[in-house]
Structure formats: C-alpha cells, structure tokens
Design a protein around this ligand. Structure first.
Ligand code: FES
Ligand code: FES
Length: 182
C-alpha cells in the first residue's frame, strides 16, 4: 500500500510520518522507539500495547496509525520520569507489582484511564478496569494493591492543588474488546 502522510503526537512530541494505511499504531509506536508499548498478542487480548488516545485507554494493536493522526497519544513512559515518576509508576515499583515487567505499561495505562474517570474506585472497579490486561507473573494482587496506593496518593495530591481541572475524557475510540476501560 502506498504511504500517506500523517502526524503522530506522542508524549508531547510531534512525529510527521509517511505510513501505509495498514500500519497499526502499535507498529508505528515501536518503530519510532516507544518500546515501552509492548507487543503481546496483537489481537486485542492481552492489553500489553495499551496507550491513551485522546485520554482513552486503547489497545494500539487494534488501532491503525492513520486513525491516530493528529490525536494526542500518551504511553506509560510518558506519564512521568525516573526523577519524577507518576504515582502509578511509583506505586507499581514500590508495591512489588512488577516481575518481568512486560505487562506493566499496559496495566499502568488502564489504571490511569480508570483513575482519571473514577479517582476513588472500589477493588471490584479496579479489577474490572484491568480485566483486559493479562499478567503471567504477579497473580494480580500486588497490581490491584498498587493501583489502590496510587489512587490514595493522587487523591491527596489533588487535594493540595487549587486547579481541579480533570475528569472523564470522551473519545470515539472503543477498542478494548476483552474488558477494561473502554
Ligand atoms: S498486543 Fe495488543 S492487546 Fe495484546
Ligand atoms: S509482570 Fe510479568 S507478565 Fe506481568
């Protein structure tokens, strides 16, 4: 297929690209070096490739790069830095919610979408939000615990801020067929 020009906005950076229309967003992200976005099943079943697209968690293996043209994309690595990690990144590390780590970026994205929409989720709501993400190592208990810790931290941080802008982001993208945040 003939390449066509698009622009991807990833973690605040702009990437003009010439891509064939059948290239997935997952492929495009990894080819650009965003290898925190993991390639697992490539069928929408594992959640390892999840990113935020216009604030909504999507499995990037199910999105064509052309569908993301001009839309803000955030990967797990884009949420924080080693020096200033996002509370979810810190909580996953501190809670032992990471073993091999392959699933971790996808879980963090699913959790971020959840906490943006629902800052005080119940354990059941957390489990539902991550139901589209698979982990072969941790047994999920530590992951749920890490999200609970991060939720508390983010609520405390939010309480300290005067700017309370936020809440649910809406998008036309609905590509989380196996559960989780849609
Ligand atoms: S690689 Fe996309 S859901 Fe598994
Ligand atoms: S930590 Fe290894 S798959 Fe989740």
């Amino acid at each position: 297929m003939k390449p066509e020009l698009i622009t991807l906005h990833i973690n605040g950076r702009t990437h003009p690209l010439a891509l064939a229309p059948n290239v997935t967003l997952l492929q495009a992200l990894r080819d650009l070096g965003y290898v925190d976005v993991k390639c697992g099943c490539e069928q929408g079943d594992c959640g390892a490739c999840a990113v935020l697209l216009d604030g909504v968690a999507v499995n990037s293996c199910l999105v064509l790069a052309h569908q993301a043209d001009g839309v803000p994309i955030v990967t797990a690595a884009g949420l924080g830095t080693a020096k200033h990690p996002h509370p979810l990144q810190a909580a996953f590390a501190d809670s032992g919610a990471i073993q091999c780590g392959y699933c971790t970026p996808g879980f963090i994205i699913a959790a971020k979408a959840l906490l943006d929409a629902n800052p005080h989720p119940t354990e059941l709501e957390i489990r539902e939000a991550i139901s589209g993400n698979l982990c072969r190592c941790t047994g999920y208990g530590q992951i749920v615990g890490a999200i609970q810790v991060a939720a508390e931290q983010m609520a405390a941080d939010e309480g300290r801020r005067t700017d309370d802008e936020g809440g649910i982001r809406h998008s036309s993208f609905v590509v989380r067929p196996s559960g989780g945040v849609r």
